[in-house]
Design a protein around this ligand. Sequence first.
Ligand SMILES: Nc1nc2c(c(=O)[nH]1)N[C@H]1C(S)=C(S)[C@@H](COP(=O)(O)OP(=O)(O)OC[C@H]3O[C@@H](n4cnc5c(N)ncnc54)[C@H](O)[C@@H]3O)O[C@H]1N2
Ligand code: MOO
Length: 415
Amino acid sequence: MIGYNDALLALLRHAPRLEAVRCATADALGKVLAADVVSSMDLPSFDHSAMDGYALHAHGTLAAGSEHAVHGSQAAGDAWRASKGMAWEIMTGARMPDGLDTVVPVERTELLARHDDGSPARIRLLDALGPKANVRYAGSDVAKGAVVMRAGTRIEPNHVMLLAALGMAQVEVIRAPRVAIICTGKELQADLAQPLADGQIYGSNGPYLVAAFASLGAHVCSCETVDDSSRTFVATVERAQRAGADLIVSTGAVSMGRYDFVPDALSELGARVLFHKVAIRPGKPQLAAVLGDAVVFALPGTPMAVAVGLRFFIAPVLRAMRGQGPEAMGRAVLDTPQLPKAGLLHFLRATVMPGDDGRLHAQVLAQQQPFRIQPFAQANAWVLLSDDAVQGAWVTIAGLQPETSPFDRTYPSGA
Ligand SMILES: Nc1nc2c(c(=O)[nH]1)N[C@H]1C(S)=C(S)[C@@H](COP(=O)(O)OP(=O)(O)OC[C@H]3O[C@@H](n4cnc5c(N)ncnc54)[C@H](O)[C@@H]3O)O[C@H]1N2
Ligand code: MOO
């Protein structure tokens, strides 16, 4: 039976690279940059005040108690002004009048006189003041021409802030991968608003995969629930192919039972099987294949096998399709000793928290049977284990969701 690393390598060799498209920055959340982003401007774009106060020319140092006539007032949004070397009232974010090089906060001054219109006319400094105080300089955050984000970066709200500040209305991103989901099983009730008939269960794999793919920035073209007939399954896969799916993900009917028709149906369709059965738990009966331009994941129906398939097989393939490097896993100290079955890599639902010793601590949840969904809803991380681990051992951890993993510190490939 193939091991996890070899299975992943086989998949990554067949992961197609997706094309680049232009995208409005407003729609770019969750998408992956196809090219480096180069700043076309300085940020800040002009020298401006960091405080409400008075801009002055320091001439070395201005003494505490020195008095200054106030020539004018500069607010955020006002254009360039010549200062004539005199003090100016200034607001936070306002452009520094030309010739002035320092700012005193208003509360560190005494107002001595006002103009007729009430604006300040003369002030006294409460403290000595040197040059360059409370001034934010042009280009001090981002210099024009600098690479501010690398190809392969997934756009999060913090990136949107920078792109907007740089006036970038559009970015070049990798197009969203198209995904078709097929849930098999005549026991499945896909309509959550309907009551269950005898022997039925609510289908949870479909809604889970739709949610997970949405959070991965993929486009789910279809999510269909089919019965246990090979013919319906084949027709659904063919529809997914015609719709241009890059990934076809099925759940169920891939193991040893009499109704487990998926492997035969895929070979009937001409799919080239990369592997069937991987030395992991849960999710051992998983099958992956190449069918035309699409990669097919035939995941076992058991809910935790689906979660493992999504997290540790499909998510890495999506990264490769978008030109991202492999994800880095984290490490934590194990609080709950484990005796995993020999020869299998185990993916265990866990909670990971910082301990009083400043290290991350992992607690593997007690109920790990693959049909149990509740521990998955309580977990915030995965623990990966192939060998016995005593309490206090360092173990490999991964964030519960792929794209928000706090442990992933990899930079995109090419960075
Ligand atoms: N004789 C053997 N039986 C089984 C083996 C084995 O090696 N020998 N492996 C077991 C393992 S491990 C797994 S995992 C399952 C995988 O079976 P299938 O992929 O054929 O999946 P199904 O039988 O269709 O379903 C398994 C389980 O999951 C429930 N299910 C299915 N789809 C959904 C859905 N959309 N939402 C929620 N739950 C779903 C289904 O009702 C079953 O309970 O095989 C073992 N058997
Ligand atoms: O691989 Mo199965 O999910 O262990 O039950």
